[in-house]
Design a protein around this ligand. Structure first.
Ligand code: MG
Length: 203
C-alpha cells in the first residue's frame, strides 16, 4: 500500500506559503508506517520543534490502474475521508533550502492520521465538498474542493502516469489555507460537511 500526496493544490494555501501556483501537481509519498486510524493520538516526534497540521481530503483507490485518462478516473476510487498531512515544518524548510529531499519531514511514523471512509455515493458533489479543522474547538482551516487547482480526476490521471495505482492506495489531495502548529494536549477535530471524521489528541 502506498500513500501518494499532492502539495500546493489550493490557491489560498500556495499563497500563504509564498509559492507560485504549480503548473503540474506536486507529488510526494508517505510510507505505510505513517498511517494512523481510529482516532489514535498523534505523538509529537522528538526531532521537531514545529509540527504543523494540514487537513486534506483523502481518496481510497478501489482498482488497479495505470495511465488512467481523466475521464475514467472517477471509476478508480470508491470512498473518501479526511486526513491530516502532519508535517515537521522546521525540517522541511531546512532540507528544502539545502536542496535535499524532505521525505522524513512528511513521512515519519504517525504522520498520516485518517478518518472513517465515506462511500463516494454518499459524499455529494465531489467538486463542492466543504471540510474544516478545529483545534481545541476553534476553526483553524476551512476548505472546499471547488478551490482545488487539480481536481480528483486530474490528480489520479497525473499520478497514474508514474505509479501503478492499486486497491487500497491512498491519495492525500492537498490542504487549503490555515496550516499551523500543534502543541501537546491539543484536540484536533475535522468535519467533512457535517460529518465528524477525525477527533484525536496530540501527545
Ligand atoms: Mg499536505
Amino acid at each position: 500500500m502506498k500513500i501518494i500526496c499532492i502539495g500546493l493544490n489550493y490557491i489560498d494555501h500556495a499563497r500563504e506559503m509564498n509559492r507560485p501556483l504549480p503548473k503540474e501537481p506536486v507529488v510526494f509519498l508517505k510510507a505505510d508506517s505513517a498511517l494512523v486510524k481510529n482516532n489514535k493520538p498523534f505523538f509529537i516526534p522528538a526531532f521537531s520543534e514545529n509540527i504543523h497540521y494540514e487537513l486534506e481530503i483523502v481518496l481510497r483507490i478501489s482498482r488497479l490502474g495505470k495511465a488512467i485518462a481523466e475521464k475514467y478516473a472517477h471509476r478508480y476510487f470508491d470512498s473518501i475521508t479526511l486526513g491530516l498531512d502532519m508535517t515537521a515544518r522546521d525540517m522541511q524548510s531546512a532540507l528544502s533550502s539545502a536542496g535535499m529531499p524532505w521525505d522524513i519531514s512528511k513521512s515519519f511514523d504517525g504522520s498520516a492520521p485518517i478518518g472513517e471512509f465515506v462511500p463516494v455515493e454518499e459524499a455529494g458533489d465531489l467538486n463542492n465538498i466543504s471540510f474544516r479543522l478545529e483545534r481545541n474547538g476553534s476553526t483553524v482551516q476551512e476548505g472546499n474542493t471547488s478551490g482545488l487547482i487539480f481536481d480528483f480526476n486530474a490528480v489520479i490521471s497525473y499520478v497514474s502516469k508514474y505509479f501503478t495505482l492499486k486497491t487500497g492506495d491512498l491519495i492525500f489531495t492537498g490542504t487549503p489555507a490555515g496550516v499551523g502548529p500543534v502543541q501537546r494536549n491539543d484536540r484536533l477535530t475535522a468535519y467533512m460537511g457535517t460529518k465528524k471524521l477525525i477527533d484525536l489528541l496530540v501527545k
